[in-house]
Design a protein around this ligand. Sequence first.
Ligand SMILES: *[C@@H]1O[C@H](CO)[C@@H](O)[C@H](O)[C@H]1NC(C)=O
Ligand SMILES: *[C@@H]1O[C@H](CO)[C@@H](O)[C@H](O)[C@H]1NC(C)=O
Ligand SMILES: *[C@@H]1O[C@H](CO)[C@@H](O)[C@H](O)[C@H]1NC(C)=O
Ligand SMILES: *[C@@H]1O[C@H](CO)[C@@H](O)[C@H](O)[C@H]1NC(C)=O
Length: 863
Amino acid sequence: MKITSTILSILAAASLVSAGKFHQVKHGKTNIVPNAYIIEYHEGVSHADAHNGLKTHAVDYKVRNEYKIFNGASITVNSEHDGHALASVPGVKNVWHVSIYDMPKTQKVTAKKTDPLAISDHHMTGVDVLHEKYKLTGKGVKVGVIDTGIDYNHPAFAAKGATKGCFARNGKNCRIAHGWDFVGDAYNGGNTPKPDGDPMDCAGHGSHVAGIIGGNALDIKVNPKPPQPFVGVAPEVTYGAYRIFGCTGGSGEDVILAAMELAFNDGMDIINMSLGGGSAYKDNPTAALAETLISKGMALSGAAGNDGANGVWMVSDTGLGDHATSVASFDNMYDYYNYITYGGVKMPFSVSEAYAKPITLPNTLPIVPLLDAKGSLLDGCDPAQYTAVGSLKNKIVVALGDVTNCKSGGRGANAQNAGATGMIVVSDDAGIDSLGGVAGLPMASISNADGMTMLATYAKNKKNAVSWSKDQGPFIIDNSGAPSDFSSFGLDGDLRSKPDIGAPGGNILSTYPLALGGYTLMSGTSMATPYITGSHALYMQAKHAKPHGDVIRQALKNTATISKNYKSKTFTSAAKQGAGLVNVLNAVLAEASITPDHIDLLDSVNFHKTVQITLKNTGKHTETFTLKNVPADGLISYQGNNTWPLANPVIEATSASVTFSQEKVKIPGGKSAKITLHFKEPKTNTLFPMYSGFVVATPKTKGAVAVHVPYTGVKGDIRKVPIMDTDHGFPQAALANATSIIDDAPANPYTYDLVKNFPAFISRFGSHTPNAEVRVLDSKDKLVGYISFGESGRQPLADENGNPVLNEYIWNGQVQTTQNATAPAITVPAGTYTVVFAQQHKFSKGEYPKDFEIFKMKPVTIA
Ligand SMILES: *[C@@H]1O[C@H](CO)[C@@H](O)[C@H](O)[C@H]1NC(C)=O
Ligand SMILES: *[C@@H]1O[C@H](CO)[C@@H](O)[C@H](O)[C@H]1NC(C)=O
Ligand SMILES: *[C@@H]1O[C@H](CO)[C@@H](O)[C@H](O)[C@H]1NC(C)=O
Ligand SMILES: *[C@@H]1O[C@H](CO)[C@@H](O)[C@H](O)[C@H]1NC(C)=O
């Protein structure tokens, strides 16, 4: 009966203050800390009042973190059911699970001895000129690195005149002058953090990003020396190192909030954070706190994510706030390859997977290309092609890597049977193909262009030998300077234009903890984000002020370089590159701006056909600007009735048309003009095409920097985008014990005793939903209650091993009788139940059932 009185007290109190909102987990890939919650209080509710409320509510809880700027706390309760009731506690505004963010995934390559050409990323962005001509270094700017810590002893972080870096809180002679370890080495996201204050990095990621922001390895004489000199974007910034990850594993979102608050209180001008997860929605505590900090004058950049192989709608949530910067990755100009030299030309190659070791053939062996009567290269699929050229002993046979008739395994076997000592495969399309090959035969794949050069050289002198390099060298690769394949596609769940901007993130050489080798190359949007952070620092120093984060984002976006993919004649979608590749030099020199810095046209139902922009002349003199529309690639994001966005959206030459109220506009110095744009949707009839482009204002003055803003939209009614993966039979019921799934597709009819056998629900979502519900109906289809399934994020198409990523939920037979858990859960009596999955359509009001995609599962019998 004690319970009843608790309920009464909650209900009485709840009538005074409206109940809070319990948020579902919207990260398709993240885990949660069991029974841990982040709660936000209503404005004006003090921590003491809130704790009184929690206590009267009889929730037994422990405080994990108390926050100050974010009005709330994180707590642990005894059971999941206690947590779900939190939303009804007076004074509570929002309740979230504590999500565990993965340590950002990067591709790591060991840095090889290279030459100075490889410091190419600053040429792409104007940062080299800012360093050399304008002497900008980010001096005086404070940058918070919320990450795995920083190896502060690294010589690349040494203060001027010192040979070694150091960390001292508020220390004048250390570049790492702020920071804290919130977690300890053994923390993995799920266990209890053991803060120790020392932000030394044992994982490596934070040291790498810190080096990109402002490491200086130009003149290092101590060991280990960098494989080549390099410098970060802003080599005199002061760092705060806020360590939120242990040596491995993830980090709880409540730790991240604490780190963000401390970074702000330490006076950081900019924080840079990149956290995994493909939420695509901004209603999470991190994004909310980020917005608050930005409104107080701090800037924040977050990684767009490395989910480029998962189709559209996959941007990570850290950069999704209205004022935060979501950063896409561009490939560096150069990549490192072993190479052959033939006729004096260096040709990068990639070795076959089956051979998988360096090729150490003598440098005296000639080539024998397999040619047809016209001199064209044959595919090497027919053994007769080999017998036609005579003995291949001590020779390198050359064939075309066309996969129509055979793969590299078949081609390699033929070469081996014919007695060849090695094989060179000429790629038949862009890039250097990867080869499966055969064990025992050295097989190397080269680009098509190099293959053609090789044949031309061979035609002149058949005796030329191939030599094989021992080292790697830098080569301009096919996608050099263009958006990285791995970089995630937007838009966000609300169809806003994200990512915002791009920066070099593919193949970036930077610092690494000394204990782990000191330097390495890494790739990821994690590498692009700190580049933007460093760019902020240079911009702030150039303007001798602390402009609002919004102003800097706008300046960087307005002046970025709009880019094309490799060999493409058209511009890459703004849903992939944002406003383009950052050009900090142009941002500093520009004498114009366009507000807002992105145009969200939304879908056909909510289409913004008329949009006003403000073009400002920030220079001293009158300037005439010409406005034009520069279309970018359209993306076909769905095919047929498939629930899943396409892994690789198909590029379509389709775009909106734009007319301007004025195509030419003369603006006096310091003044602005309002220009009205009229948009028309593209004519295409493909399914939910995502189209985009750029509105560009070009000044008449020769050499003056043009400014632009990206626009993005989706044609069609976004409410009709399918959400649940019914194509592949999900959601489906499975058989579980209390902790694990035992049979993922048990025979019909399902009977569960809730002692040994529990029903489990396996689901998979191909699109985000603003709200998901799981209802339980009895045998007469009457609503019994709701299951707090708590998951509404989109899953990636597959994990790293190619397996589908699934949501699995083991049901203990309990339901909440109201949707927002204002009463304790009940266990359903024995009987037959139908479980209904309901996902709210994007951009709908959320009326049930009209605005939901609904899937009724086969009945479940509870014995
Ligand atoms: C809680 O649920 C009740 C009944 O389902 C509903 O009337 C009320 O509006 C909900 N409150 C909130 C804050 O969602
Ligand atoms: C900076 O952002 C990158 C990418 O998001 C992230 O991996 C890294 O942890 C962040 N480091 C800083 C500077 O906070
Ligand atoms: C989707 O399926 C419906 C019904 O089967 C069919 O009428 C429609 O043409 C399909 N749409 C596409 C784009 O394939
Ligand atoms: C549930 O099944 C898993 C896998 O078969 C097993 O490891 C675990 O011990 C079982 N748990 C219980 C509570 O029986």
